[in-house]
Design a protein around this ligand. Structure first.
Ligand code: URA
Length: 186
């Protein structure tokens, strides 16, 4: 139902009119692990699936390295439509989508949320920390729908960043081992 609400959303958001598809989610809605990225890119816009391009391949490989397949995860983004030219989403666009993301989290009710990159981290946790500073830390998350409930969150470098900065992959591997350890103790 939420997917339909987002698809039919007719509030003011320019990027929706420019996008080919609404990109809502993929994976297992029963998963304990919710992955939140930034926004659809070109491949995602064309296929209507999150993380289905080059950065998605790296995302799959990252989680495969700790024994998790895409079907073990639930994957979405802070934005449901591709910003033209893959530009960084504006604060306004993020703010318009936030209540949907909050409801999405409430419905999936994961045990842990992994933010892929700084946009998702900053959207949902009030922090100015960069990923470099925030990695390997757990942050408590709640929102208007969750009431007293707290969900653990942690960030990872965005796979697109790792594709550009391959010297950071070693750090990301350590971060994945940190996540594996957290998951083992959930
Ligand atoms: N980058 C993201 O943050 N999300 C996607 O779905 C694809 C690329």
């Amino acid at each position: 139902d939420l997917r339909k609400v987002v698809q039919n959303f007719d509030g003011y958001i320019d990027i929706k009119n420019l996008a080919t598809n609404t990109v809502f989610s993929e994976g297992n809605p029963e998963s304990d692990i919710m992955i939140i990225g930034e926004a659809p890119g070109n491949n995602e816009d064309l296929e209507g699936r999150p993380f289905c391009g080059q950065s998605g391949q790296l995302l799959d490989n990252m989680f495969k390295a700790i024994g998790l397949k895409r079907e073990d995860l639930y994957i979405t983004n802070t934005l449901f439509w591709r910003p033209p030219g893959n530009r960084t989403p504006t604060e306004e666009e993020i703010a318009i989508c936030r209540p949907f993301v909050e409801k999405h989290i409430f419905l999936v009710n994961p045990k842990i949320i992994i933010f892929m990159g700084a946009t998702a981290l900053k959207d949902l946790i009030e922090t100015n920390l960069t990923i470099t500073k925030a990695r390997r830390q757990l942050f408590d998350y709640t929102n208007q729908y969750l009431g007293e409930k707290i969900i653990k969150t942690t960030p990872l470098f965005h796979p697109s960043y790792l594709l550009r900065q391959s010297n950071k992959k070693k750090d990301a591997w350590g971060d994945l081992l940190f996540i594996q350890n957290v998951l083992d103790n959930l």
